[in-house]
Design a protein around this ligand. Structure first.
Ligand code: ATP
Length: 441
C-alpha cells in the first residue's frame, strides 16, 4: 500500500496516538509526544514486554537507573570515544547526512538534479560525529559540569550489577531488565518516530559464564525468545526476519550481533538488536571505577567476569511497526488489527441511541462495571452505531458492546468483533468473563 507511513502519521495525529513534539512552537526536530491513545498503547507494549521478560521468569529482575550519569560511565563504556556516526556535508546546501544512509544520499542528490550543470554528489569527506547529548548540571553559573543524557540505557544496568547481586538472591545465569529513555543527537532523524533524538528502549542484560558454548546457546535462546515475542503479539511472519551484522558493522563491544527486522514502507528496518557483549562492560567498569565487578560462583569457588547477552529493542520503533503491521483498509473502513493485549481499549460500550435514558443508564452501568474489573473500555454515544464501529475500528478496539431494547428485556447485549465484523448476543452475567477470555486478560 502506497503512502502507508503517511496514513499512519495522519491517523496518529487525528486520533491522538502521536503528535509532533512542541508542535504549537513549530516543533523540535526528532521529538514526538504520545497522545491519549498512544500513551495507552505504549503502556500496553511495555507491560507486555515486562511481563514476558521479567515477571514470567525466575532469574530476571528489573531496575530503573537515572538518565544522567557520572561522565566517567561513558568513558568506560567507550561512548565518549566511539559512539559516532559518519557524517557528510552537501557542498551545495550544507545539509548534513549520515554517510551510511545510501537512500537519503540518493534522495538528496535527486533534489539537485535539473540544475545546470548537475551538482548532485558533491560531498565532503565523511567525518565522525559523536551522538551523545550534553547537558549542564549545577547551580553556579560558570561552575556547571557537563553530563550526558544517556545514549543507551544499557550502562545504567551494568553499573548496578554489584548492587543487584548484593541485594537479591540472583545467581549466574541471570538477567537485569530495564525500560527507559535514551537520547541521541541523530544526524538525520526521520521516518516518523523510527529515528528520533529522544526515544525509549527496552533491554535485557543477561549475565552468563564466560564460555563460548554457553554464550552461543544463550544467544540462540534469546534470539528465538525475542522473535517469538514479536510474532506472539501479531507481527506478520513474512514481514519479520533476522539479519546478522557484518563484522565491520558491529558496535565496538560486540562479539556477535543480530537484528530483528521488520519490512516497513521504507525498507527492512531494525527493530531490535541481540548482541553478545562479552565481558566488555563489567571489565571496563571494574577498571574505570576501581570497584571489583567480578562474580564468585559459590558452588565451584570460581571467580570470573561474566559475559553479557543483550536484547535491545526500541519501544517507539516497535510501536510504529505494530501500527504499520495492524493497518488495513477493508471495504471502505480503516481498521487497526492490533493484538488485543496492545489495543488501547479492549472494548467500547454504546447505548443504541443517546436520547433514551433507560438505555443510556443501563449502558453506563455496564461501562462502569467493566472498568471496575480492570478492563480499559471506551464509551461512545455519538452518531449512529455504524459510525461508532468505524471509529473504534480505526483505533483498534477489538470489541464493541451495544445495549439495546432487548438488553432491558432479557439481559443480553450484542458483542461485535472488529476483525470479522460478526455480532453475537451475550448474557450480561457472562460478559466480563467472555471479554477477558477474548482479550487474554
Ligand atoms: P540504528 O542503526 O538504526 O541507528 P542502532 O543499531 O544504533 O540503530 P542500538 O544502539 O542497537 O541501535 O539500539 C537498540 C534499539 O534502540 C534499536 O534496535 C532501536 O529499536 C532503538 N533505537 C536506537 N536508536 C533509535 C532512535 N534514534 N530512535 C528510535 N529508536 C532507536
Amino acid at each position: 500500500m502506497e503512502n502507508k507511513l503517511e496514513k499512519i502519521v495522519s491517523l496518529c495525529k487525528r486520533r491522538g496516538f502521536v503528535f509532533p513534539g512542541s508542535e504549537i512552537y513549530g516543533g523540535l526536530r526528532g521529538t514526538w509526544d504520545y497522545g491519549p491513545l498512544g500513551s495507552e498503547l505504549k503502556h500496553n507494549l511495555k507491560d507486555a514486554w515486562w511481563d514476558f521478560m521479567v515477571r514470567q521468569r525466575e532469574n530476571v529482575v528489573g531496575v530503573q537507573a537515572a538518565i544522567m550519569m557520572n561522565p566517567k560511565v561513558w568513558e568506560a563504556s567507550g561512548h565518549t570515544e566511539s559512539f559516532t556516526d559518519p557524517l557528510v556535508e552537501c557542498k551545495i546546501c550544507h545539509s548534513r547526512i549520515r554517510a551510511d544512509q545510501e537512500e537519503e544520499i540518493k534522495d538528496h542528490e535527486q533534489t539537485h538534479k535539473g540544475e545546470n550543470p548537475p551538482v548532485g554528489g558533491k560531498w565532503t569527506e565523511p567525518k565522525r560525529f559523536n551522538l551523545l547529548v550534553e547537558a549542564k548540571l549545577g547551580v553556579v553559573e560558570g561552575e556547571k559540569s557537563t553530563v550526558y543524557l544517556r545514549g543507551e540505557i544499557t550502562q545504567g544496568v551494568h553499573v548496578n550489577f554489584k548492587n543487584v547481586l548484593d541485594s537479591t538472591r540472583v545467581k549466574v545465569p541471570f538477567g537485569i531488565a530495564q525500560i527507559g529513555k535514551a537520547f541521541r543527537n541523530e544526524i538525520t532523524p526521520g521516518n516518523f518516530t523510527y529515528r528520533s533524538r529522544e526515544f525509549e528502549q527496552m533491554e535485557l542484560q543477561y549475565y552468563i559464564q564466560p564460555d563460548e558454548k554457553v554464550s552461543d546457546e544463550t544467544f540462540e535462546y534469546w534470539k528465538q525468545e525475542r522473535m517469538n515475542w514479536y510474532l506472539g503479539l501479531g507481527l506478520k511472519k513474512e514481514k519479520t526476519r533476522f539479519r546478522q551484522h557484518e563484522k565491520d558493522e558491529r558496535a565496538h563491544y560486540a562479539r556477535d550481533a543480530w537484528d530483528i527486522e521488520y519490512e516497513t514502507p521504507f525498507g527492512w528496518k531494525e527493530c531490535e538488536g541481540i548482541h553478545n557483549r562479552g565481558d566488555w562492560d563489567l571489565r571496563r567498569h571494574s577498571e574505570f571505577s576501581g570497584t571489583d565487578l567480578s562474580y564468585l560462583d559459590q558452588e565451584t569457588g570460581e571467580r570470573y567476569i561474566p559475559w553479557v547477552i543483550e536484547t535491545s529493542g526500541g519501544v517507539d520503533r516497535a510501536l510504529l511497526f505494530f501500527l504499520l503491521n495492524a493497518y488495513e483498509e477493508d471495504g471502505g473502513r480503516v481498521v487497526l488489527k492490533l493484538h488485543p493485549k496492545l489495543a488501547p481499549y479492549k472494548a467500547a460500550v454504546f447505548p443504541l441511541v443517546a436520547n433514551k435514558p433507560e438505555l443510556v443508564d443501563k449502558a453506563r452501568q455496564i461501562f462502569r462495571d467493566l472498568k471496575g474489573t480492570g478492563l480499559n473500555v471506551a464509551w461512545d454515544d455519538r452518531g449512529n452505531i455504524g459510525k461508532r464501529y468505524y471509529s473504534q475500528d480505526e483505533i483498534g478496539t477489538p470489541y464493541c458492546i451495544t445495549v439495546d431494547y432487548q438488553t432491558l428485556e432479557d439481559g443480553t447485549v450484542t458483542v461485535r468483533d472488529r476483525d470479522t465484523m460478526k455480532q453475537e448476543r451475550v448474557k450480561l452475567l457472562e460478559l466480563t468473563e467472555i471479554l477477558k477470555e477474548k482479550v487474554g486478560q
